[in-house]
Design a protein around this ligand. Structure first.
Ligand code: BTN
Length: 244
C-alpha cells in the first residue's frame, strides 16, 4: 500500500484530503511524526507531540451513501481496540469514536469526506493514538482527561508494531464490511462499548440542543439510540457524556 511519511505537518487529514482530491488510491495512508495543528472533532485542537503517538489518516472510497460515512469511523475505532488487545490492553469505546481507558481518552478519530448527494468521492479517517506520552507531558487542561498506551502498560510501546497492528485490523474489518455489511462491525463495537446501558447527557451537534436519557443501542447506521421521557431519540452526531 502507499504510505506517505511526513516529519512535520499541520494535519495529516489536510494532506490526505489533498491527495484524495488528486486521485490517490484507496487505502493510501498519511502518517506524521508531529502535527502542528492536529484537529479534533467540533473544531477542537488535538495534542500531537513529536514522536510520541501515531498520527495518521487513511483514504477510503466506499461505494455507499454519504449518510453511511460514520460506518468508517466505527470501523477505525474497532480496529484500534483490536490492535490494543494484541498488546494486552483493554480498550473502551465511547460513542461514537473515542477510545478511553478508565474514562481518559487514548485515541480520537476525525472523519472528513467529500461527497455528492448520491455518492462519496472520498473519505479521510484521521486517527490520533497517544502511545508514549507521560501524564505530565499533556497540557494542563487535558491532563486529567487524557492518557496513553504507555501509561496503561506501565512501559513504552513500540509505535511501529502498534501502527502495523492497527492497519492490519483496519484491512481485516474493511474486508468484513465489504463481505458482510455493517452488522458484524457493530457487533464487535458493542463488545468494547462503554456508553450502552448508561444514563447520558447529549449535546446535539447541529442545533446545540441538549437532553438526557439512557443510551440503549446503536442502529445500522451507527446512530446512538437514547431512551428519553419523550420517547426514543436517534443521535447521529454530537457529544455524549455519561452522567455520574
Ligand atoms: C477527536 O478526538 O476529536 C478527533 C481527533 C483526531 C486526531 C487525528 S490525528 C491524525 C488526524 N489529523 C488531524 O488533524 N486529526 C486526526
Amino acid at each position: 500500500r502507499d504510505i506517505v511519511f511526513l516529519e512535520e505537518i499541520d494535519s495529516t487529514n489536510n494532506v490526505a484530503k489533498q491527495l484524495a482530491a488528486q486521485g490517490a488510491a484507496e487505502g493510501t495512508v498519511v502518517v506524521a511524526e508531529e502535527q502542528g495543528k492536529g484537529r479534533g472533532r467540533l473544531e477542537r485542537p488535538y495534542f500531537c507531540p513529536k514522536g510520541k503517538g501515531i498520527w495518521f489518516s487513511v483514504i477510503l472510497r466506499p461505494q455507499f451513501l454519504p449518510r453511511e460515512a460514520p460506518k468508517c469511523t466505527f470501523l477505525a475505532a474497532v480496529a484500534v481496540a483490536m490492535a490494543m488487545e494484541r498488546f494486552g490492553l483493554r480498550a473502551e469505546i465511547k460513542w461514537p469514536n473515542d477510545i478511553l481507558h478508565e474514562g481518559r481518552k487514548l485515541t480520537g478519530i476525525l472523519t472528513e469526506m467529500s461527497a455528492e448527494l448520491d455518492g462519496i468521492n472520498y473519505i479521510v479517517i484521521g486517527t490520533g493514538i497517544n502511545v508514549n506520552i507521560a501524564a505530565e507531558e499533556f497540557p494542563e487542561d487535558i491532563r486529567d482527561k487524557a492518557t496513553s498506551l504507555s501509561q496503561m502498560k506501565g512501559e513504552p510501546l513500540p509505535r511501529i508494531a502498534v501502527f502495523q497492528a492497527v492497519l492490519e485490523a483496519m484491512d481485516e474489518l474493511w474486508a468484513l464490511l465489504e463481505r458482510e455489511g455493517f452488522a458484524p462491525i457493530v457487533e464487535r463495537w458493542r463488545k468494547y462499548a462503554v456508553t450502552l446501558g448508561q444514563e447520558v447527557h447529549v449535546i446535539g451537534a447541529a442545533k446545540k440542543e441538549t437532553f438526557d436519557g439512557r443510551a440503549v443501542d446503536i442502529d445500522e447506521e451507527g446512530a446512538l439510540l437514547v431512551e428519553t421521557e419523550e420517547g426514543m431519540r436517534r443521535v447521529l452526531a454530537g457529544d455524549v457524556s455519561i452522567r455520574p
